[in-house]
Design a protein around this ligand. Structure first.
Ligand code: EPZ
Length: 417
């Protein structure tokens, strides 16, 4: 099992290029099932979740191969519409393949995706939308046997703006007769990226980024070359790293428009943040201040995925910051590990109150989930001495090389096998 070693107490100074967005490339890899011909994804991040998606595509009979940071996928030879239980359990978001397989094959057999560390991850909104499009779904022994001989477009109303449900239904609607309108759709930038990819393959999708997405189905779809958007949560992570350790960094390729609520909080805390068309710079020279309550919400609200890393950046701030986690039930699992480093955090249900302390101490800590693990790295940069971070497999799901990136930004970070 690999470990991350981070020695704190050193201001950052450096530059790094932000990797492609995990939460954009995963639905795009599912969407390749709709296209006949080769898709070339440039700047594709090398992540455990991407590898899991590649294995799913290969299990369906598709070709997928890496050429440096480019992933070439050709689903022309797809010869199966079922995903094994083992593969489904490898990645929580594997449900995203359902809509695309139904649109391509007219049927699909998948097991219920596992829950995850963040709490139950139901897919009831995915399934009700697919039924509304004409899918028959039989649930048996943890498996979903889906048949959709003829998907028909219509208005779909989501009871909450689920990112995955919006994406899954966009993909299914590409195979439906007529027009589908998804109302109360999620508005995340990754959904706009998915729309751009689908249209580059010949689809007719409009409205992504708003609460109403319109898909005109059954357009002939072909391969394309595409570069995913930069990862806004990795960007938020490294901005919080600079806030935590102090110093000055530049994140090449980062787009501030994707994380305005995060940069607003960091400016409130005392960071100087500037952005232009090439990236985002962040300068933090003095001890941070506590910020106004941070309430996570669907985009364009404060992203739940940045809650842990902002919390880690504020552990030594002056004053107290209130966090309210409104998206997932169990997204404070990193708190106990941060407390081992000397943090002062009180949790009551969805609320966590962080009271700044003078010093943090390096410790042996364990990753509990993807963003909680990243938060441990952020906190370790501000701690005295060395922090040893275990179970780094969680972090590898979403960060291509967090130790290498932090070193490029001037941190004393390394990985041991
Ligand atoms: C996506 O997950 C992201 N994952 C998550 O990022 C992110 O935290 C989340 O959106 C919210 O922004 C990917 O894009 C691969 P949701 P997803 O459906 O699609 C409930 C990371 O760290 N819900 O918007 O699963 C659900 O339980 C990951 O990169 C239902 O009740 O999120 C949750 O409480 C973590 N029924 C809330 O909605 C459903 O059918 C938001 O879930 C679907 C969702």
């Amino acid at each position: 099992m690999s470990q991350l070693l981070v020695r704190g107490g050193r201001a950052l100074a450096g530059e790094v290029t932000i990797q492609g967005a995990k939460n954009s490339v995963l639905p795009i890899l599912a969407a390749t099932i709709l296209a006949r011909g080769q898709v070339v994804l440039r700047g594709c991040p090398a992540l455990r979740d991407v590898d899991a998606s590649v294995r799913i595509l290969q299990s369906l009979g598709c070709e997928a191969r890496w050429e440096a940071d480019t992933l070439a996928v050709d689903t022309t030879a797809l010869n199966s519409c079922g995903i094994s239980d083992i593969l489904m359990r490898e990645m929580r978001s594997s449900a995203i393949f359902l809509g695309a397989i139904l649109a391509r094959c007219g049927r699909a057999d998948i097991s219920y995706p596992g829950g995850c560390e963040l709490g139950p991850r139901p897919i009831d909104l995915h399934l009700s939308g697919l039924r509304d499009l004409g899918t028959e779904i039989r649930e048996e022994g943890g498996f979903l046997h889906c048949t959709a001989p003829r998907l028909t477009g219509r208005e779909l109303v989501l009871s909450l703006p689920s990112v995955g449900a919006t994406e899954n239904l966009m993909l299914a609607a590409c195979g439906a007769e007529g027009v589908t309108v998804i109302s109360n759709a999620a508005r995340e930038p990754e959904i706009v990226d998915l729309q751009e990819f689908l249209n580059a393959c010949g689809a007719d999708v409009a409205g992504a980024g708003t609460s109403s997405v319109t898909i005109r189905g059954r357009r002939p779809m072909h391969g394309c070359e595409y570069r995913c958007m930069p990862d806004r949560i990795v960007t938020a992570t490294y901005l919080c790293a600079a806030a935590s350790a102090g110093g000055e960094i530049f994140l090449r390729g980062a787009r501030e428009c994707h994380l305005a609520t995060v940069t607003a909080a960091l400016r409130q805390a005392g960071c100087t943040i500037d952005s232009d068309g090439t990236g985002i710079s962040c300068l933090c020279r003095q001890r941070l201040r506590a910020v106004r309550p941070v309430r996570t919400a669907p985009y364009p609200g404060f992203p739940t995925d940045a809650q842990a890393v902002l919390m880690a950046a504020l552990l030594r701030s002056r004053g107290a910051t209130v966090f309210e986690e409104n998206i997932f039930e169990n997204r404070y699992r990193h708190v106990d590990e941060l407390i081992r480093m000397g943090a002062e955090i009180r949790v009551a249900g969805r609320v966590a109150v962080v009271t700044g302390v003078e010093t943090l101490s390096g410790a042996a800590v364990r990753c509990t989930d993807l963003r909680g693990g990243a938060a441990l790295c952020v906190a370790a940069l501000a701690a005295e001495g060395e922090t040893r971070i275990f179970e780094t497999g969680h972090i590898d799901r979403g960060y291509q090389d967090i130790a290498g990136d932090l070193r490029a930004l001037g941190a004393a970070a390394s990985r041991t096998e």
